[in-house]
Structures are given as C-alpha cells and as structure tokens.
Design a protein around this ligand. Structure first.
Ligand SMILES: [Zn+2]
Length: 198
C-alpha cells in the first residue's frame, strides 16, 4: 500500500517534470545550479486600492527597481494575491509590514494635503516593507527621514546606505531556507506585525 502510494507519487512527479527536463531550451541552463542566486526576489504589489495615488505608487516601486538589484517590485496580475497591498485613506501615511517583503501600505491623504510629495511617500512606505526603519529626524537625501525632511523635500530615492541595507536584507533571505520553513521552525516568538506610522 505504502509502496504503491510512493510509486504513484513518483510517477506523477516524473510525468510533471519530464517536459521541463527534456523539453525545449530549459535543458540549456547550467546543471548543478538549482537557483540563480543573483536573481532578484520578485515581490508583487496590488495598487488597485490606492485611488488617485496609483501612478505615484507605480513610480515609487519603479524607483526601488532602479535602485536595488536584490528585489523587483511588479504589479500583481488581477486575481493574484499580492505580497504588498497599497491603499489610500485619509489618515497619516503608514506601513504594516507582516514579514520581509510583505505587508500593507497606506498612502494617507493627511500628509498629501499638507504638501508632502506623493512619490516620496510611496517610495518611503515601500521602503518599510523592504525592511527599512524610519531614520528621523534626517536630511532630505535620506528617503527614510520621511516627513522630518519637510514638505519642500521631494527626494524620492533611497541614499546609498538605504540601498545597501535593502540589498543586505534580501541577500540574507535569499541564501537562507525558504521563509515559510523558517517561520514554522522559529523557536522564539513569531515576529508581530508592527504598524509604522509615517
Ligand atoms: Zn516611515
């Protein structure tokens, strides 16, 4: 019974993997390299709830794509569950990271109405999802200085240190075991999602 089950499973796996192993150009990939370690971690985002800020959110995501190699933010296709949800509301901008590369971002109209740059807000909040803390007070050259740089600040790009920190965050995640396994095996308390206001 057990052998039959295993054999059946093995047959199913072989049937599924055969076209990948033997079909087309897939076999041209170098053997012995199951994953390209240099590949960016793909994160999907859903900006369908970001209302009038949608283009600003897309720009903020593109800025991160231009700025770092370790991660790539891409709009989720419709019906796909996104890693990052981006919403608009009337509060102060904030982020609720649930794990590295996952969470919810709020583009709050309260700051927009005060004159803060919508693309800087978007890139800043996405920075929280990429594992960056606030660096306040800080200069305009820092993306994570957030509102402390004042409404006149329209710098939308992370500085060198912020870029390096994101590269490090995802380099560590990439070389380790898959996150799902890490979380179930974690002996300590499971990290709680903490709201980052601004
Ligand atoms: Zn912040």
């Amino acid at each position: 019974m057990r052998i039959r089950t295993l054999t059946g499973s093995l047959a199913a796996v072989l049937a599924l993997s055969s076209p990948l192993l033997w079909g087309g150009q897939a076999v041209a990939a170098p053997s012995g390299a199951p994953e390209q370690t240099s590949a960016a971690r793909l994160l999907t985002y859903d900006a369908s709830g970001s209302a009038e800020f949608r283009s600003a959110v897309d720009r903020g995501a593109a800025i991160w794509n231009e700025s770092v190699d370790a991660v790539e933010l891409r709009p989720a296709s419709s019906g796909q569950r996104a890693d990052i949800r981006v919403l608009a509301d009337n509060g102060w901008p904030r982020a609720l990271p649930t794990s590295l590369g996952n969470g919810t971002v709020y583009i709050g109209r309260q700051a927009v109405n005060q004159g803060y740059d919508t693309v800087r807000i978007s890139a800043h909040e996405l920075g929280h999802i990429l594992g960056l803390p606030d660096r306040k007070p800080g200069p305009c050259s820092s993306l994570m200085s957030g509102s402390s740089a004042g409404t006149a600040c329209t710098n939308r790009y992370p500085n060198a240190a912020e870029r390096a920190e994101v590269e490090d965050n995802f380099a560590g995640a990439r070389s380790g075991t898959p996150q799902r396994t890490e979380q179930t095996e974690a002996p300590g308390p499971v990290p709680q999602a903490v709201l980052i206001r601004d």
